[in-house]
Design a protein around this ligand. Structure first.
Ligand code: SF4
Length: 146
């Protein structure tokens, strides 16, 4: 059976920053017959609800910066991702929630330190770790064909 790692909010888990979800029935229909392995780095690291964060370009690369405290939260997300992929091997497909600074595959926004938008086609920090594992990665909207 195909193993699919997927953003938990897409399955209906209320783990978004505001304790809502992104459940998508069309997506779930397309995934029938697969083994779904949900993940949510931000809920694990920061709890729910929580302040939002944005990806910011720095000299050390893209960092996840809290919109509330200005703190660099990247390490917690990256450590969760590394542990996830160490624990869950042989994943066939990674489906990330579009535009998330953690889970977006080719749709995360990156800003400069003055909050000017630099790109909206980047990988979030968890998706970046999935790509390093050579897992096929896709944004949920692209998978559905939106
Ligand atoms: S997009 Fe990713 S980090 Fe955000 S709520 Fe969904 S699973 Fe969690």
């Amino acid at each position: 059976m195909k193993k699919v790692a997927i953003s938990a909010c897409l399955l209906g888990q209320k783990c978004r920053y505001d304790a809502s979800d992104n459940r998508n029935e069309a997506l779930l229909g397309l995934l029938e017959g697969t083994e779904l392995i949900p993940f949510c780095p931000e809920d694990h690291a920061f709890g729910t609800p929580r302040p939002t964060m944005d990806l910011v370009e720095t000299k050390e690369g893209h960092k996840a910066i809290s919109n509330e405290s200005g703190e660099d939260l990247s390490a917690s997300v990256t450590q969760y991702a590394q542990h996830f992929f160490d624990t869950h091997t042989k994943i066939d497909l990674f489906i990330g929630k579009d535009r998330s600074p953690s889970c977006g595959v080719c749709s995360a926004r990156v800003y400069d330190e003055g909050k000017n938008l630099l790109s909206s086609r980047e990988a979030g920090l968890m998706a970046k770790e999935a790509k390093k594992q050579n897992i096929h990665c896709i944004d949920a909207e692209e998978f559905i064909g939106l």
